[in-house]
Write a protein that binds this ligand. Sequence first.
Ligand code: P6P
Length: 341
Amino acid sequence: MASQLNTEKGARRMDRPIITVQQYILQEQQHFPGVSGEFSWLLSGITLATKMIQAKVRRAGLTDILGSDAQVNVQGEIQQKLDIYANNALLHCLGVRDSVGVLASEENDEPIALRTSGRAKYAIVFDPLDGSSNIDVNVSVGTIFSILRRSEASMAEGGDPLEGLLQPGNKQIAAGYVVYGSSTILVYTTGRGVHGFTLDPSIGAYVLSHEHIKMPSKGKYYSINEAYRDDFPAHYGKYIDELRRQKYASRYVGSLVADFHRTLLKGGVFLYPPTADHPNGKLRLLYEANPMAFIAEQAGGAAHNGTTRILDLQPKSIHERTPLVLGSREEMARFAECRPT
Ligand code: P6P
């Protein structure tokens, strides 16, 4: 029912009821494997942590949180203070959810086994603050997460709690990201479409803003770091030249969440090919490529590593990297035509 909300600036019609992410998930709950309320309680750990993170990101220029913490993480990257804060926020908020048994983070060398009880059915792998090298220059950064079901063996008394953690992306039961940009938007899928929720700071809630997101079948942007063009396998250069001939524009933020979010909403293609520095690609399979590939496919797009569907790749290690080509049906079909047979 539409309702009027009068403000000092005159009447403001609210044409649609406000639906928070918690309300939406409870409506979806019956489709999510697990006891009722379990997924919404689990996801509330992520929404709480990301609200804490966005509050810091929004004030980064106002506190001494800017600048590096001069520590180096498992990736060999200088850790920014916000990385550490974001990681601790997620570890804390998710660690107190008794349905979570294992946490694995880009910022931690090893996964963390929290509890062995049979109720701790889920493992969550995440990148707490993707694109953190952009923090000091006020470019969008983000949090990426993937939710997996733990194996029975890993929950058995005396079992290895990390057994079965290295699952292919087609086993994900949910995945999502939060982009801290001009607004803070949570996008997730549980395999029943892709939905977006914008954080309304006036009520401190993520509110449904993009229901059933569909990636356009064709876009007008390609997104790749062309500085490494000489390192790419030859067919990547051939592909980019073909897109240029078709008058595509180039857009590259250098923050996966920002480049992905634009591709999801506007269509086009994002590529991080093998390079000299990263012959197996730079992006991480478990907590970057897999969640983005799940979302892309649910929205009608596709994602592969240059040859193989991302979601079918069998991870060999928690921080494994992969090349990534992801985007709209049209652009992905054009890439296949450029690929050597
Ligand atoms: P490059 C950010 O450091 C990141 O991990 C992704 O967010 C981003 O897509 C990529 O690296 C950018 O890498 O080599 O183009 O700076």
